[in-house]
Design a protein around this ligand. Structure first.
Ligand code: AMP
Length: 203
């Protein structure tokens, strides 16, 4: 399995990717997770990326392309699921080139479609465990004990880029810089479209 999970922030790419990775053994490659890890460890990449991420802006192409290439080179025979990469046409072109060199072309790009009102509701209520990654939602999937992860007992966080101003900016950035990537893949006839039905979205 060699796929890209595509869609706006809050479409459920991370949730779907980790379920698919568990089922298939494919490598789940999330540039957002890799960047958050770099920020937490205060590496050079993390220090560079933090200000972009806090505002909901894209981290420069060369930084994320390097992260994605390193992870792709390590993916085994079961393949990979890219989550949150590529987000610009330049990233998509770099991905094609890297996969050509590895002799591992993409099978499909899956676009998870979801409307903006739903995205704002999902992201503003989202809480995440910084330790094990388990996602929660304050209305539709609250933790049993307020603010504490059911799985590992860590304190849940409200991501700085899940605050209202950053959400609005992420949606603007998605519409301006990321959506054009769909046209790129449509022209290659590997784009598949799915409505994103989040099992917890009961509002
Ligand atoms: P995510 O967890 O995928 O929503 O990513 C969180 C943040 O990390 C984004 O809002 C960007 O600031 C940054 N980021 C993640 N992936 C990329 C990418 N492919 N290109 C540029 N910035 C990225």
């Amino acid at each position: 399995m060699r796929i890209v999970l595509f869609g706006p922030p809050g479409a459920g790419k991370g949730t779907q990717a980790s379920m698919l990775a568990e089922k298939t053994g494919a490598e789940h490659i999330s540039t957002g997770d890799a960047l958050r890890d770099a920020v937490a460890r205060q590496t050079e990449v993390g220090l560079k990326a933090k200000s972009y991420m806090d505002k909901g802006e894209l981290v420069p192409d060369e930084v994320v392309i390097a992260i994605a290439k390193e992870r792709l080179a390590k993916a085994g025979e079961s393949g990979f699921i890219l989550d949150g990469f590529p987000r610009t046409v330049a990233q998509a072109e770099a991905l094609d080139k890297a996969l050509d060199e590895l002799g591992k072309p993409l099978d499909a790009v899956v676009n998870l479609e979801v409307d903006e009102e739903e995205i704002v509701w999902r992201l503003s209520g989202r809480r995440v465990c910084p330790n094990c990654g388990e996602p929660y939602h304050i209305e539709s999937k609250p933790s049993a004990k307020d603010g504490i992860c059911d799985k590992c007992g860590s304190a849940l966080v409200h991501r700085s880029d899940d605050q209202p101003d950053a959400i609005r900016n992420r949606l603007k950035v998605y519409n301006q810089q990321t959506e054009p990537v769909l046209g790129y893949y449509e022209s290659k006839s590997i784009l598949k479209k799915y409505p994103s039905c989040w099992q917890y979205s009961g509002h």
